[in-house]
Ligand binder design. Structure first.
Ligand SMILES: [Zn+2]
Ligand SMILES: [Zn+2]
Length: 402
């Protein structure tokens, strides 16, 4: 196996024509073959070609035999036709038609111009009223019926009620790091972190993990503004740009706060901003498993207000920016900004009541695995951006625009 093909996985299918192991092996063979035929293409493009071709063969195959048959013809033709897709067929059908090219295809090499992309992105902007329903803070209005926030909070992990001013005093919080899931067969709830069921009589039922402090989150505007008030981007003039955002967050003595912010440019794929942020409160838990932030990273942290000075500018986030993210309300609420031009992949591509995870969406759309270990906000921002590119038919590797 070559060193370049890590992370190369067959695309997901409801019915498998052949065992996953076989598909995996063949996919890697296909990638090696493409690498030999198309020396000039870069590795990530070749990977996507291999995944797409394998998936097409898998889709037209009804049995392991037909899968192997179609695949052997494809591998033979790739060599014979020097990977010229216009001359290669899968199950009698041309891969790439001469007359019309499918805009969804990964094999499609057609580059797009900026106007086309801006139009598509503008069409995807979500109505502010819908944003509000998804817990985006859209105005700095405190409801009339709001009474000053309570001195108490319920722990996000163990649900114990505690006094917020005493949060830094040692206590015992027993909890499960993962949410319970329902098992249809046994008709019970269980915790995937430790396998304990909610009906168990063991003490483990209460939690498999212990911490010295409780933690809490706020999500209403009046509570969030207690740490720092929201800033409206509408007061910042600037050029129209398209930015993908992702934050990592941690539990602090003041609630749930931003500890890292990454901003990636949609057109150049460049990481424009990536810094560790110093929160207002004392850190209780960096959620390292999810945030990827370690305590030694905090030594280089920049205070929140300095971060805002650097990102709310005519060149970066301003009133004309289109901001892309997955469940972006969480990010904007810890950043404390109010913005109207939003593309949220969690709102756009979720089916049903529950929002899809970025991990699943990325796998379904791009056949790429992310968040296999600690999360990384730059990886997440890029994945979200690439999902959008795939959905609107823009080549992911295109960085030159007219
Ligand atoms: Zn557990
Ligand atoms: Zn607790």
């Amino acid at each position: 196996m070559s060193k370049h093909n890590t992370g190369l996985m067959p695309g997901e299918l409801k019915t498998q024509p052949a065992p996953f192991q076989d598909r995996y092996k063949i996919l890697h063979k296909l990638f090696d073959q493409l690498t030999r035929c198309r020396l000039k293409a870069d590795t990530s493009r070749l990977k996507r070609m291999a995944i797409e071709l394998e998936l097409r063969v898998a889709k037209v195959s009804t049995s392991p035999q037909s899968y192997r048959f179609h695949m052997s013809i494809l591998l033979r033709d790739l060599v014979k036709e020097k990977a010229n897709f216009k001359k290669i067929k899968i199950a009698g059908k041309q891969i790439m038609s001469n007359t019309k090219t499918s805009s969804n295809s990964l094999i499609n090499t057609k580059t797009r111009d900026k106007d086309y992309v801006m139009q598509k992105l503008t069409d995807m902007l979500i109505d502010p009223k819908i944003l509000e329903k998804h817990k985006y803070i859209m105005s700095r209005i405190i409801p009339d019926d709001y009474t000053a926030s309570s001195d108490y909070a319920n722990c996000e992990r163990c649900n114990t009620k505690f006094k917020k001013s005493k949060i830094m005093l040692d206590t015992l919080c027993t909890y499960h790091p993962q949410k319970k899931i329902y098992n249809k067969e046994s008709k019970t709830h269980m915790f995937p972190c430790c396998g304990e069921s909610t009906t168990s009589t063991s003490f483990m039922r209460l939690g498999c993990k212990k911490a010295e402090h409780h933690v809490f989150k706020n999500d209403s505007y009046p509570e969030l503004r207690e740490i720092s008030d929201f800033l409206k981007t509408s007061v910042i003039d600037g050029k129209e740009n398209v930015l993908a955002l992702d934050c990592e967050m941690a539990f602090t003595s003041k609630g749930f706060e931003m500890v890292r912010l990454t901003i990636v440019d949609f057109f150049t794929c460049k990481v424009l901003f990536d810094e560790i942020v110093e929160p207002f409160g004392d850190i209780i838990d960096l959620n390292t498993l999810f945030s990827g932030i370690h305590s030694e990273d905090m030594e280089q942290a920049i205070p929140y207000l300095d971060i805002m000075d650097r990102i709310l500018t005519t060149d970066l986030i301003n009133r004309n920016s289109i901001l892309i993210g997955h469940g972006l309300e969480n990010d904007l609420n810890v950043m404390r900004i109010i913005h109207e031009r939003i593309i949220d992949t969690a709102i756009l591509f979720s089916v049903g009541k529950y929002k899809t995870s970025l991990k699943n969406l990325t796998f379904e759309t791009l056949s790429e695995k992310i968040q296999t270990g600690e999360h990384d906000s730059s990886q997440d921002a890029i994945a979200t951006m690439n999902v959008i590119k795939k959905k609107i038919g823009v080549p992911i590797e295109q960085v030159k625009w007219d």
